[in-house]
Design a protein around this ligand. Structure first.
Ligand SMILES: [Zn+2]
Length: 306
């Protein structure tokens, strides 16, 4: 079964922290063992907000991708989902663009970004993070950026964005919102998770929600288990999310996940748990990878600039 994952921080570990690629949770071998055909690799540029060196970090991570022994899809996606592991690029922390559309073009030519998390946990030129929670929405550059992202077919990633910014994205972006690595706030009340109204808005627009495997976003009272991941997926599907839900593991960006879900080779264990829960094979295929794949294809199809 084709598995796709919407978020990992492996390039940050390799290029910024100097970890050996073989020591990361996400390796080509483990992706292959888990049936992962498509792994999203984030250029995580938000760690210090605009005060850091987000642009240089982004370039370093882009260069670091060559250390991974997995081909990166920087051109059009193939007609069918890949059978062996391939990567795509995303951005986490829009400060990487330094408030400039020229930077967006630069990264687009080099990496073909498929999604941009507009903020990480700091205010930037685009908007405000969920972690700080102010009521202000996107800034003028944020609106300008959304227009440019629509033209390039880059999905607006609302994981980490505050609620006011989320609703601005829903109102102003032509492409649907994607929450690449966020869970249900009504099951685990942390600002990084989504409220029911946000989930419904993403479902209405045909976006995507990647369930995050970080223990602290799965349950607030102790270590999470595989059942907690299933619980969040159940809750999203109960709201009608069968066609928008998938995975956003956050591997290599998290320090604790359910014991049986520690790296990409564990995806079959999760799929079995969902199968035992009563999900049909068709729904499993959607959750495992086709929901993310279909949205990426749609974004590419709707792009004006290729
Ligand atoms: Zn994140």
């Amino acid at each position: 079964m084709f598995v796709a994952d919407a978020h990992c921080d492996t390039l940050y570990e390799i290029a910024i922290k100097g970890r050996r690629p073989g020591r990361c949770a996400v390796t080509p071998q483990r992706l292959k063992a888990g049936g992962v055909g498509l792994q999203t690799f984030a250029l995580f540029a938000g760690r210090q907000g605009p005060k850091g060196t987000p642009y240089a970090d982004g370039l370093a991570m882009l260069a670091g991708a060559s250390w991974l022994d997995a081909p990166m899809l920087t051109d059009m996606l193939p007609a069918q989902p890949p059978q062996s592991p391939m990567g795509i690029f995303s951005c986490e922390g829009g400060e990487m663009l330094e408030g400039s559309l020229e930077r967006l073009t630069e990264f687009q030519l080099a990496a073909r970004l498929r999604m941009i998390a507009l903020t990480w946990n700091f205010e930037n030129e685009i908007g405000h993070p969920a972690a700080q929670g102010p009521k202000q929405g996107l800034k003028p550059f944020g609106f300008k950026l959304l227009g440019a992202m629509d033209r390039y077919g880059i999905l607006p990633d609302v994981s980490h964005l505050n609620e006011a910014g989320f609703w601005d994205v829903c109102e102003r972006a032509a492409l649907p919102p994607i929450a690449s690595h966020s869970n249900c706030r009504w099951l685990c009340d942390v600002p990084r998770n989504l409220r029911k109204a946000q989930v419904k808005a993403i479902i209405d627009r045909g976006g995507f929600i990647g369930v995050n495997f970080y223990s602290g976003f799965l349950r607030s009272d102790g270590p999470a288990t595989l059942d907690d991941v299933v619980r969040h997926i159940d809750a999203l599907c109960a709201l009608g999310g069968e066609h928008v839900v998938g995975f956003g593991s956050d591997f290599d960006g998290i320090d604790s996940s359910p014991e049986s879900l520690s790296d990409p080779s564990c995806f079959p264990v999760l799929l079995d748990a969902l199968r035992n829960r009563g999900y049909s094979e068709q729904t499993l295929e959607n959750l495992a990878g086709m929901n993310l794949w279909n949205l990426l294809k749609r974004a590419e199809h709707e792009a004006e600039i290729i």
